[in-house]
Design a protein around this ligand. Sequence first.
Ligand code: NDP
Length: 302
Amino acid sequence: MTATLLDGKKLAETIREEIRLATAKFIAETNVQPSLTVILVGENPASQVYVRNKETACIAAGMKSDVIRLPETTSTDELLELIEKLNSDASVHGILVQLPLPKGIDEKRILDAISPEKDVDAFHPENVGLISQGRPRFLPCTPYGIQELLRRYSIETAGKEVVIVGRSDIVGKPMALLMVQKGAAADATVTVCHSRTRDLSEVTRRADILIVAIGKAEFVTADMVKPGAVVIDVGMNRKEKTVIGDDGQPTVKNKLVGDVDFDAVKEVAGAITPVPGGVGPLTVTMLLLNTLNSARQSASNA
Ligand code: NDP
């Protein structure tokens, strides 16, 4: 292996410990416990795992975690009513609606209804606008985690070619917004690619830092990467793999893989995040930090 492994799991542990200490200090000073409420609608198995992870992480950091589980049949109006209640509850600092919502619920109306002051996912148009102007209230968790990874591994970004593959509102677009800002772990020259990009490999090969968020298992191959580039793999895909057991018998296992062909790309890249253990643990970590910061902002306004 030529590439340095960017260990998101280990880094997340370090940052979570910092958050735990900062939370304890905040509680001692204010007598207020930072609190996150997660709303989960329906039975999506992946969402249930994500929500459980968030709950566990919150409690470990010394924060209050509430999970409100609602049936698949919940209407947009019922959800709006709940959000209104949480918006006006001063003891709630962060509100997160786990996506995707079941079909039939108006996702945009729901996300827009969350008070921008409690929008710890940073999806509200007001918060996106503030990020765009370089004066963020909260940073979106996945791009924030990636930026923190670059910062803490001392990866230079100023003047570098950053190519982002994927233009979702959750990852690709906000990632571009962060990297193009003035300042530390930013100041990059940013290109955003998507499914309509012509000659994708030609563009990705220009990248000093290549960030991939498309949701296609092992899509980025070694020939798409410039030798020595930093490769950040956001993808989380389930892939069936045949594994030969100790008894010599093949079994089919469901494996979590990224959007990057890790085994091949690690021979070309200068540094790379693994899947699992790369970007994922940092996403939840930044959610904790946003919740703590929301509680701090609320205390300073009180
Ligand atoms: P979306 O499906 O919302 O967006 C995918 C993007 O990839 C779109 O912009 C799409 O282009 C683009 N795309 C799809 N196929 C291609 C292609 N062949 N060439 C170029 N671009 C392509 O995905 P998300 O951003 O929500 O998620 C992406 C991945 O990241 C998923 O695997 C998801 O599970 C994972 N993820 C991981 C997180 C973590 O914490 N680790 C957090 C969030 C997501 P177009 O717009 O033209 O359709």
